[in-house]
Design a binder for this molecule. Structure first.
Ligand code: HEM
Length: 304
């Protein structure tokens, strides 16, 4: 029954990835699925209709966390924002972080909570953004016409004798669509928000096509990251939505715009290498060495 489905990753499998893939396949046949992982039952929400109910309408009920042991340890016993339940500690920490952003630093933090917060900021800011930069660059290298379109936009918005500044970012509409399309295909934290290539809401889900995020509605973009549109929620939605979303979004586009504006990028020997996702917490890319080796062997055989 499932053999006709194109796999979202090349050679996925062992444990973690196979669960995600399994969940994605399951989403194709039912809008929600129940998975029993050891003693834990997980419900995979596989349609934008259900995502809206769970993440927005019934947000209060679904706002707690069920951390793995590693999450409990790195958060010093669930003292961090990410791993605490929907309780007063979590509310205070979120409020305090937002106040810090407003330069209104509070004084009521224990040393353990500070350590947990610093650890959280460090872990959250580094690998998510760098993973996304890598994947976006990989997709642009694979599709040179899209790379040229981004460069033309940078030339127009930033100018050739200028460097990218924060004020330019909101005018980089095509680069923004490229980033959104990369989020859709290579989300760095897929276990938090399980992705579901749902044909009923997205045409050709496995095709890299930033144009789908360029459409506008009454002059405003339909697809922003505020979590109201359940078809695009890379930073989550509702009360547990990513606290660093504005920072993450800006850093990502800033880094990409600067790299693409200042340098010309081409593939080594003009040759595209197959890449797939590594099996770690975030999903960085890796070259698929096994497949490359097979292809080289096939080439050799056909030449001899
Ligand atoms: C490309 C960059 C990023 C992505 C894709 C991302 C994604 C996410 C996702 C999917 C969640 C879970 C949301 C949910 O459960 O509904 C989350 C939570 C969180 N993120 Fe991010 N994030 C990014 C960058 C950042 C940055 C830069 C920071 C900090 C400065 C940050 C801080 C947090 C925190 C504190 C939470 C937990 C919120 C809570 O549980 O109340 N993130 N992020």
């Amino acid at each position: 029954m499932i053999s006709h489905i194109q796999w979202p990753w090349d050679y996925v499998l062992p444990f973690t990835c196979s669960i995600i893939t399994f969940a994605i396949l399951w989403c194709k046949f039912s809008s929600k699925a129940r998975l029993k992982l050891g003693s834990k039952i997980r419900i995979v929400v596989g349609s934008s209709y259900l995502a809206k109910i769970v993440l927005r309408e019934q947000d209060q009920i679904f706002a707690s966390r069920d951390p793995p042991i590693a999450g409990t340890v790195v958060s010093y016993g669930r003292q961090s924002i990410i791993w605490s339940d929907n309780n007063s500690l979590w509310r205070n920490m979120r409020k305090i972080l937002l106040e810090l952003k407003e330069q209104n630093a509070p004084t009521s933090f224990s040393i353990t909570q500070i350590k947990a917060l610093l650890m959280e900021i460090f872990l959250r800011t580094t690998d998510t953004t760098s993973t996304m930069v890598e994947w976006t660059m990989a997709e642009l290298l694979k599709y040179p016409s899209m790379m040229q379109k981004v460069k033309a936009e940078l030339k127009e918005v930033v100018g050739l004798n200028n460097i990218v500044q924060e004020s330019h970012l909101s005018n980089l509409k095509y680069l923004d669509a490229v980033v959104k399309e990369t989020f859709r295909l290579h989300h760095p934290v897929p276990m938090l928000i399980v992705r579901c290539p749902n044909k009923s809401c997205i045409d050709n889900p496995l095709e890299f096509n930033p144009n789908r995020f360029l459409s506008v509605d009454d002059g405003t973009t339909k697809f922003d990251y505020n979590g109201y549109n359940p078809n695009i929620i890379p930073f989550g939605s509702g009360r547990r939505r990513c606290l660093g979303a504005p920072l993450g979004e800006k850093m990502l586009v800033y880094i990409l715009a600067s790299m693409l504006h200042s340098f010309d990028w081409t593939l080594p020997n003009g040759e595209w290498k197959r890449i797939s996702e590594k099996r770690t917490k975030t999903k960085p890319k890796q070259q698929n060495r096994a497949r490359e080796r097979k292809e080289r062997e096939k080439d050799k055989k056909s030449k001899s």
